[in-house]
Ligand binder design. Structure first.
Ligand SMILES: NC(=O)c1ccc[n+]([C@@H]2O[C@H](COP(=O)([O-])OP(=O)(O)OC[C@H]3O[C@@H](n4cnc5c(N)ncnc54)[C@H](OP(=O)(O)O)[C@@H]3O)[C@@H](O)[C@H]2O)c1
Length: 310
């Protein structure tokens, strides 16, 4: 099976590409920065140039593909920059629509789309409405699909939990926006990658929309305390009120590559809890508990496992 992965140089798509390559599948990573993507991928993985914001770049990149996995996010996700076209609407929504149209024309027989928990047509936040728009393109294609809506994904290459752990390396405390009481069911990247790889060959995944979270529901504070403990760095968490942080970071949104924006403060503070029962009924599997997942790459047991992202 020839599998093209848009976003295969990223955190989620990279893990899916690595898992598929491990299983002996023929994997092609589509990237709008192929030079940078090439440096971080195994030699066995082919890289082709494809920019989801430019229709004309897509047809050649999809030649021969039987399956298209879509795991794209705009550069500097989740911080947007409308002047550079780095928005949920332009890349996640319109970009997915372009990819689906090009793949349909080129004869792809299956889609796997990485959406997000919370995608809905009437969601209060625009990033979830953009995800819904992308899902609608996949659902309306007439081609067999699986849509995955993961919660908060952690692993060696994530940019969220690892950012907090990075602070712990240099500071006597870990700063966090908000009170950290929002509930999360963090899901391990390996579980996401294995599920994606399984779904491409399992009829039980045909035309399904699955929510995916980890086996435990914890507060953000508990997630971070657990990660700090396993990483061997006990630190207090210093909370900054989200409203104050949004005011403080407001000017940063005008930087070319903002480290944080008011919307991104809301993005990182949102709860992420889902119902995994429908997924587990159709595709039974063990989901990795948080401590077990973290121990594979943090602390002594982790042995410096390398991330798969660029
Ligand atoms: N991380 C999480 O916790 C999480 C949770 C739930 C859902 N998701 C979803 O999973 C998807 C991937 O997230 P991620 O965390 O893996 O993000 P990421 O690491 O930032 O990766 C984003 C990917 O998008 C590609 N990309 C960016 N602009 C592109 C363009 N114009 N054309 C084609 N490809 C483009 C990038 O590749 P190049 O730069 O090489 O082109 C990169 O591979 C997103 O849709 C996100 O909403 C993530």
């Amino acid at each position: 099976m020839h599998i093209a992965i848009a976003g295969g140089s990223g955190f989620v798509g990279g893990a899916i590409a690595a898992e598929l390559a491990r299983r002996g599948e023929e994997v092609v990573v589509l990237s709008h920065r192929p030079g940078a993507a090439r440096r971080h991928l195994p030699d066995a993985v082919e890289v082709r140039e494809a920019d989801a914001t430019r229709t004309e770049s897509l047809a050649a990149a999809l030649v021969g593909a039987d399956v298209l996995v879509i795991a794209i996010a705009h550069p500097n996700y989740p911080m947007e920059n409308p002047r550079r076209g780095w928005t949920f609407e332009a890349v996640e929504a319109a970009g997915t629509e372009r990819l689906v149209a090009a793949a349909t024309a080129s004869g792809v027989r299956r889609f796997f789309y990485v959406s997000g928990a919370g995608a809905a047509p009437d969601a209060p936040r625009h990033w979830f409405r953009a995800k819904w728009r992308a899902e609608e393109a996949v659902r309306g294609s007439g081609i067999t699909f699986t849509i995955l809506r993961p919660t908060w994904i952690y692993g060696p290459g994530d940019v969220s939990l690892n950012r907090f752990l990075g602070f712990a390396r240099w500071l006597p405390f870990v700063p966090m926006t908000g009170d950290g009481k929002q509930l999360l069911a963090p899901v391990f990247i390996d579980d996401v990658a294995k599920l994606a790889a399984d779904a491409l060959r399992d009829r039980a995944a045909d035309d399904q929309v699955f929510e995916l979270g980890g086996p435990e529901v914890l507060s953000m504070n508990d997630v971070l305390h657990t990660a700090l403990r396993i990483g061997g760095r006990r630190r207090p968490i210093l909370h900054a009120p989200a409203r104050l942080m949004k005011l403080v970071v407001w000017p940063l949104q005008f930087l070319p590559r903002a480290p944080l924006t008011p919307d991104a403060v809301d993005f990182v503070n949102q709860p992420a809890v889902v119902d995994t029962a429908p997924l587990l009924a159709r595709m039974p599997r063990r989901l990795t508990p948080l401590e077990e997942g973290l121990a594979t790459y943090l602390g002594r047991a982790g042995d410096r496992r390398q991330p798969t992202r660029s």
